[in-house]
Design a protein around this ligand. Structure first.
Ligand code: ADP
Ligand code: SF4
Length: 701
């Protein structure tokens, strides 16, 4: 579509902007973001970045790239630039980034007080020594750097500058935000207690930064642009506050070629949509542009083109920084450029992408099912492979799995029928989007129903609960059963593997009941959470809003413990306490009577009574797989009905987060007419470490 189909109002987003010696083609700036692949999956990461280049981003960055083995943040898998042999993997990424005219940037990091060095085993070096401050509370301390160490560190940075240039990058970002980078540790009085020329006054705390910026320019002969990623606001009595940041920028306005500003902690910067709205950092950034002649980039989970234009027009930002919006839709700039606003796949702010990094798995995205599967599986965020020899597909159930299966199969060109038992499309999304803070999750259903609507080869039937007879009568060649799951009410999950003694007269509810408007509206309620993700705390909020007094019981040592991986756990705990919810950790119900639940300590088994008028179980879920079993029992009839394959997908196969369901839908559609080896080879391409040549280094006998 030609450029002029977009209203001219948005043209400002497509103006070229100078960053030192480089020119960005537009204002779309993919800030550095992790992906759980890092050095382990270099080709997968490079191909992921290539889709962003294709999608029109003007600037594209790597994730955190660690410059030296004396500082690494195991168990998180980022990039390494420790020696020349790390260059080729990063050069491949730079090449992919530049493939459609974007500038390629590398983020260089030295983690200091944040690097436990569990892999390299080197003694961590910090601005001021002390216990390592990462999420994992490793029993490791860092040593305070002396002047010689600082000279070494400057040299290691120089090595990294030279290697970055050799790898073909246009921009170097020096990392000093989110509490992770040593530049922040120098700047912040919380982590810099030095009394030498690198500590004390702001001037002194800035010294290291000034030195390495100068050395970066020298080492790269001024050919690369230098950006500084700094904390917008670090809390605490001694933190590098927003006021001090402004003083710093006033003093050093022209130091970098661009200011890249992000909140003080990663939790604050990358809050989920449940707690943080689009553009939430605006107050912290406004006015900073006036302190410098260099361009400013900020983030804010921007997915609305109007909000982006407002940021630029009102003089808050020069570049629209984005990590998650670029993950959910690598083609966001292109879609805005072409005026295809309805095609934008908006980030829902769920932080499942972050969980991939936190768990050392590989990141996935609820919305963009191709994320990190571009190289592994050949999936693309926008394009699909053409259909194979068969022609018809039936998808049963229009939750996230069924909607994605139907959309991707229809895009491939199959004649798709989507049958949904209720009158609403969306499945669990239709229910969960009504819960407090989760309205943005509705985008999972809205994007897919919106994209399906104009497709002439996709037919959608509501109010159509299919039986095995119906499926066989429809005669589709391939059938996906995406019939979902429901929450259990018998306490079975992880802690209790069997139901517990329960008086049938005691009212017991599940999240499905609460979402249907059933359940208690007053009185004291025990909420038992053995799910550990978001649902328990969200249901607690609903119950409090209804007027209930809630006891939150969990066998875990903290509430919603898996939400550590989505950066929400602390916020959830604060929310529950502020709502007056009584939290009982390391406890599980042993039996349920009328008016009382007997709790047992998970360590000692000591029993304690808890008065309760009702119980809400947030435990395991039961897959709706009866249709699957009915069809399996009648497999002999499939051929006569022209059915060639039936697959159970999403929550109906194995209940999990929504991202697992959308992935399952994509997998079903991509696998159509592909050879089925029944799992004898991995279903994705992977990189196996190349063996390093050389003799054994063991001492002689
Ligand atoms: P998932 O997360 O795997 O997509 P959901 O529970 O969100 O699962 O969605 C399942 C959908 O399937 C629901 O909308 C439900 O109404 C629908 N469904 C369940 N059984 C049938 C059936 N037999 N025929 C048609 N639709 C069904
Ligand atoms: Fe956004 Fe969730 Fe995708 Fe992350 S996983 S990019 S938060 S939709």
């Amino acid at each position: 579509m030609p450029k002029d189909t977009r209203p001219s109002h948005y043209d400002i987003l497509f103006e070229p902007v100078r960053i030192g010696p480089k020119l960005a083609k537009n204002r779309f700036y993919q800030v550095p973001h992790c992906n759980g692949g890092g050095y382990r999956d270099p080709s997968a990461v490079a191909e992921m970045r290539r889709t962003k280049a294709e999608g029109g981003w003007g600037v594209i960055f790597t994730e955190q790239t660690e410059i030296h083995p004396s500082s690494e943040i195991t168990p998180f898998i980022e990039q390494h630039l420790w020696e020349d042999k790390d260059i080729p993997a990063l050069a491949a990424m730079a090449e992919a980034m530049k493939s459609h005219g974007a500038l390629a940037g590398i983020q260089l990091a030295y983690s200091g007080i944040n690097g436990p060095n569990l892999y390299s085993r080197e003694v961590p070096l910090a601005v001021t020594g002390g216990p390592i401050l990462t999420f994992t509370s490793d029993p490791v301390q860092a040593r305070t750097m002396d002047r010689e160490d600082i000279r070494d560190l400057r040299r290691w940075f120089r090595n990294a500058f030279r290697r970055s240039q050799a790898a073909g990058f246009d921009l170097i970002c020096l990392y000093g935000a989110h509490g992770f980078g040593i530049l922040q540790h120098f700047l912040s009085r919380a982590t810099n207690h030095r009394s030498d020329e690198y500590g004390g006054s702001l001037e002194n705390r800035s010294r290291f930064l000034r030195e390495i910026v100068e050395e970066a320019r020298e080492e790269t002969k001024g050919e690369l642009a230098l950006t500084l990623r700094l904390s917008l606001h670090e809390g605490g009595a001694f933190g590098f506050s927003n006021a001090e940041l402004r003083d710093f920028i006033e003093m050093h306005g022209d130091l970098p070629d661009l200011w890249d500003l992000a909140q003080g902690t990663w939790e604050a910067c990358s809050g989920t949509s449940r707690f943080v709205q689009e553009g939430a950092q605006e107050d912290l950034v406004r006015g900073i542009k006036a302190l410098t002649s260099k361009p400013v980039v900020g983030v804010g989970r921007f997915t609305s083109a109007d909000a982006m234009v407002r940021q630029v027009r009102s003089g808050v930002l020069d570049f629209i920084g984005a990590a998650r919006p670029s993950i959910a839709d690598p083609f966001l700039p292109k879609k805005i450029e072409e005026g295809r606003f309805d095609d934008i796949r908006e980030c829902i702010g769920c932080n499942i992408c972050v969980s991939g990094d936190m768990t050392g798995g590989i990141s996935r995205c609820t919305q963009n099912t191709a994320f990190m599967e571009e190289w592994r599986k050949g999936w693309h965020p926008e394009r699909v492979r053409p259909k194979g020899p068969s022609s018809s597909v039936l998808v049963v159930g229009a939750g996230p799995a069924g909607l994605e299966a139907a959309l991707q199969a229809a895009r491939r060109g199959y004649a798709v029928t989507l049958a949904e038992a209720t009158d609403t499309l969306g499945g669990r999304i239709a229910r969960e989007r009504t819960l407090p803070g989760l309205s943005a999750w509705g985008r999972v259903a809205d994007y897919r129903t919106g994209q399906l609507a104009p497709l002439v080869n996709a037919e959608i039937y509501r109010d159509s609960r299919l039986t095995a007879d119906d499926v066989l009568a429809m005669g589709a060649e391939h059938v996906a059963l995406a019939t979902g799951a429901s929450w259990r009410r018998d306490a079975v999950a992880r802690f209790h593997l069997h139901p517990i003694p329960t008086d049938p007269a005691m009212p017991i509810f599940t999240p499905d009941d609460i979402m249907a408007g059933l359940g208690p509206t007053v009185g004291r309620v025990t909420l038992y959470d053995d799910d550990h993700f978001y649902m328990g705390s969200v249901i607690a909020e609903v119950l409090v809003a209804r007027g209930c007094s809630v006891d939150f019981v969990t066998p875990a040592t903290k509430v919603a413990e898996w939400t550590e991986n989505t950066l929400e756990q602390g916020t959830i705990m604060r929310r529950l306490l502020s709502l007056g919810v009584r939290v009982h950790t390391c406890k599980a119900p042993e039996s349920i009577g009328v008016g009382e639940v007997t709790l047992a300590c998970t360590w000692t088994g000591a029993a304690s009574p808890l008065p309760a008028e009702a119980v809400v179980m947030v435990t395991a879920r039961l897959p709706h797989d009866s249709l699957w079993h009915d069809l399996r029992a009648r497999q002999a009839e499939w051929e006569g009905a022209e059915v060639r394959s039936v697959r159970l997908i999403g929550d109906a196969a194995a209940p999990g987060p929504i991202a697992w369901a959308t992935y399952a839908g994509r997998r079903f559609a991509e696998d159509l007419d592909q050879p089925d080896d029944r799992g004898d080879t991995p279903p994705f391409r992977r990189e196996v470490a190349r063996l390093e040549p050389g003799p054994s280094r063991l001492p002689p006998h």
